[in-house]
Design a protein. Sequence first.
Length: 132
Amino acid sequence: MEQTTKKQFTYRGRTLEELKKLDVREFAKLLKSRPRRTLLRQFQIIENFVKRCKEKDANNKKIRTHKRDVIIVPELVGMKIQVHNGNQFILVDIIGEMLGHRLGEFAPTRQKIKHNKSGVGATKGSKHKAKK
């Protein structure tokens, strides 16, 4: 009988526990070039954001933000953050696979288009219908 073991998450060969011990600038060395550059230039902003999120998470308060450009770092994994999409706040549950991406990628600003039946004049077949 085989035991089903869940595969442990790793990012560039490191476990989540190892990543959480790293400083933001040390984690940046593991990222690809564009997020690394952003993280190294804005590490103070991101560190302050993480600190604020940890405080609110400890107090069981909702974490709401308009900062869609924040790079997701290991300290944020496991948190639930509400990201503004221009109209409302979208709840984003942060998981390990999101590391290195931006918060805004997971709160789409445009809705999926739902096409209904066409209006009068939209098709050639509706050209001769009576308009009321």
